[in-house]
Every structure is written in structure tokens, then in C-alpha cells.
Design a protein around this ligand. Structure first.
Ligand SMILES: *Cc1c(COP(=O)(O)O)cnc(C)c1O
Length: 385
């Protein structure tokens, strides 16, 4: 019944974990879910309020525009100027998205013909690989290894492959590894993209969730970036808005236009009340972001300290709400995850679910309270791993 492209998608490991989780839950075990990267905190009230008012206005009940309200795109441009010192033209260098995942998933349809190559980091957010597969194009894995600080070694990419490749996906601060980069890395990326005529799609949903004075550079802040790429942004993680479905892409106007052409034929834009909520988020007080960051920092410290004293190897990340933790020797990432679930009622994500180079690690998400994290640490200490 299903098309070949559906059959060629890798098996969805997360569905299987969910299944196991439900089985354990049925036995009455109190589960601590550190698997999903979905903020547990509510959307700040001033944002909800803006949406409620906008929802009552009949002028927002009709089809929105494909590219998004100019006022939302202006808010994105102003936010970029303020937070990243980057100038973009709201008219043609900003595109509203139904969550950044939507834009990422539609990009291969704009730029890849069947058989074309996309360079996809491994491990990574699965959408880069799977959207490429859905577009009948070919993902070429670029390993992110600990030796290379979870950055791609662009020099080592096969010359023929680099020549043929049309897009390169990247994402820093990184999910799942929590790795961060400095501007110098993005300069190398721009040179590589120029040399090989490759479109860079930089996915940046964790740009604001940074700690200890680290500031995540925007890809767009690097000279020449706007000639070769775009950056995806999201309100999901910054403002606890995963359920609202709003994000954006900024950068090269021609690339954005390609994405817009696909979207014009697939969706009909983002509900205006949600865009108005987005304006409230981007232009309102950013104290809510500071509070979020403080909460994740406290949680990070609790879990890093707890796991370390349980004898596990873990580095303190400078950004994101994830910890990328080495599995104890003798375990595969799946076996260790299953063992945490069955022996301690703790859900984590096996690294191999993000690609074969994710083997040897598991990802802990910090989307539960400090109290629950402390409880998780106690349980893990009790396992004597
Ligand atoms: C959460 C996440 C997204 C998706 O964000 P939405 O705007 O909610 O679609 C994209 N990329 C990465 C790496 C993420 O972790």
C-alpha cells in the first residue's frame, strides 16, 4: 500500500521506547521521563493573552498570507538586530513557518532532485535525514565525533561527494550532543559552501538557551553567510511554545523564495492569532527567557553533579536543555536505555536513535522539575552502574 519512500524511512525508534514506557507504567512504576525535549513550563502569560485577544478578532479568522504577516516578519527582523546584530529585510529575507520543523522538512523539496545529495550530520535531529528521503534524494552522513567536538570535519568529506552535494544541514547549539561552536567554525562552513556551491541550512532553535556567559553565534552573523544559506529559528524552546507551531527562516532571499514556493502549494500559512502571539513573544520583555535559562541551568547542574557522583562520564554543556552522556562500558545505547527504564523507571533516548555515530551515548532532556531530577539521580546512584 505504501510508497517506497515511506518504506525507506528508518524505523522510528522513539515509538518503540514509548511502547516499552507504557508497559512499565502499567506495572505501576513511577516514570521519570527524560526522553522528550519538550518544555514542561507554560507559555508566558503575556503571550497567551495576546493570542486570546487576537483570536477574538474576525479579521484573523481568514486565510493568512503564505509568507506570514509583515508585522511578524518585522518583529523577527528587529529581534535578529537586537539579539544577534544581524540585519535582515523583513520583506524578502524572513519567512514565517508553522514551526521550524515544517520549514526544515519542506526544504529538500525546494532544492533536491531525485538522487541529489544532502550532507546530513550523524547523530542529528532525524528530520534532516528523513525529509531528504521523502524528497527521493540521498542523505550522506557526516559524522559528529567526540574527538572532533561533535563538529563535522568538512575537510574529510569525499571530494566527489562535496562536489555533488546541494545542501548541508547544521545545528548549533546542537541537539542531541549539546555541542556549541564559535564563529570561526561558521566561517569555515561559509568557505566550504562557496567552494562547493552548497546551500547551508542552519537550524538554530536553542540560540537563546545558553549558560555561563556563552553566547551562541548566529550563522547569519558571519560574513558571506547570506550568500550561501538561511537560518531556521523557533519560538518553541525559547518561549515554551512547542504546541503553538510557529517559527521562521531568515537569510538568503532566493533560498527563502524556493521554500516559499513549496509552502504555497502545501500549506496556507500560520494562524494570525499565533503570529500575533509570536510578535508579543519577540518584542515583549525578555525576562521570561532569562527565567527559563536560570531554570535549565539549575537542572543541568543537578543532573551533571548527580550523574558524575553516580560514576558516569558527562560534560557540562554551555547550551540546550540536553545532556549527552557516555553509556557505561559493556552497554549499547539501547541496552542502557532499557536498563534505566526497567530498573529505575527513567526514560532517556538512546544515542543510536539519532544515527549510528550516536552509539555509545544517551541523551537526557532537562524537561522535568529539579525535584524529579534529584529523584532520578538517587535512583541512578542506587543502580551502581
Ligand atoms: C525542537 C527542534 C526543532 C523544532 O522546532 P519547532 O519550531 O517546534 O518545529 C527543530 N530542530 C531541532 C534540532 C529541535 O530540537
Amino acid at each position: 500500500m505504501y510508497a517506497k519512500r515511506i518504506k525507506s524511512l528508518p524505523p522510528y525508534l522513539f515509538a518503540e521506547i514509548d511502547e516499552r514506557k507504557r508497559e512499565v507504567e502499567k506495572k505501576g512504576v513511577d516514570i521519570i521521563d527524560l526522553g522528550i525535549g519538550d518544555p514542561d513550563l507554560p507559555t508566558p502569560p503575556h503571550i497567551v493573552e495576546a493570542a486570546c485577544n487576537a483570536a477574538k478578532d474576525p479579521s484573523n479568522h481568514r486565510y493568512p498570507s503564505y509568507e506570514g504577516m509583515l508585522s511578524f516578519r518585522e518583529a523577527v527582523a528587529a529581534w535578529y538586530k537586537q539579539t544577534k546584530h544581524v540585519t535582515v529585510d523583513p520583506e524578502d529575507e524572513v519567512l514565517t513557518l508553522i514551526g521550524s520543523k515544517e520549514g526544515i522538512a519542506h526544504s529538500p523539496f525546494a532544492f533536491l532532485d531525485p538522487g541529489d545529495i544532502a550532507l546530513v550530520p550523524d547523530p542529528a535531529y532525524p528530520v534532516y535525514n528523513n525529509a531528504t528521503v521523502l524528497a527521493d534524494a540521498t542523505p550522506y552522513p557526516v559524522p559528529l565525533t567526540e574527538e572532533h567536538e561533535f563538529k563535522p570535519d568538512l575537510e574529510s568529506i569525499d571530494g566527489e561527494v562535496a562536489k555533488k552535494a546541494k545542501i548541508l544541514f547544521l545545528s548549533y547549539p546542537n541537539n542531541p550532543t549539546a555541542a556549541t561552536v564559535e564563529r570561526s567554525f561558521f566561517k569555515e562552513v561559509v568557505d566550504f559552501a562557496h567552494d562547493h556551491d552548497i546551500i547551508v541550512l542552519h537550524d538554530n532553535p536553542y540560540s537563546e538557551l545558553t549558560f555561563d556567559g556563552y553566547e551562541a553565534p548566529s550563522f547569519m552573523a558571519v560574513k558571506g553567510a547570506k550568500e550561501v544559506g538561511v537560518e531556521f529559528g523557533s519560538l518553541s524552546k525559547t518561549y515554551n511554545m512547542t504546541g503553538w507551531r510557529i517559527g521562521f527562516a531568515v537569510g538568503n532571499a532566493e533560498i527563502l523564495n524556493g521554500l516559499r514556493l513549496v509552502k504555497t502549494n502545501v500549506d496556507s500559512g500560520t494562524f494570525q492569532a499565533v503570529q500575533i502571539a509570536g510578535i508579543a513573544a519577540l518584542t515583549g520583555s525578555q525576562d521570561c527567557v532569562k527565567r527559563n535559562v536560570a531554570i535549565y541551568r539549575e537542572r543541568r547542574d543537578i543532573l551533571v553533579d548527580g550523574l558524575s557522583s553516580a560514576g558516569m562520564e558527562v560534560k557540562k554543556p554551555k547550551a540546550t536543555f540536553y545532556l549527552w552522556v557516555k553509556v557505561p562500558s559493556g552497554f549499547s545505547s539501547i541496552r542502557f536505555s532499557m536498563s534505566l527504564l526497567e530498573r529505575a523507571g527513567i526514560v532517556v533516548t538512546p544515542g543510536v536513535g539519532f544515527g549510528k555515530y550516536g552509539e555509545g551515548f544517551v541523551r537526557f532532556a532537562l524537561c522535568v522539575s529539579a525535584e524529579r531530577l534529584k529523584e532520578a539521580c538517587e535512583r541512578i546512584k542506587g543502580l551502581n552502574v
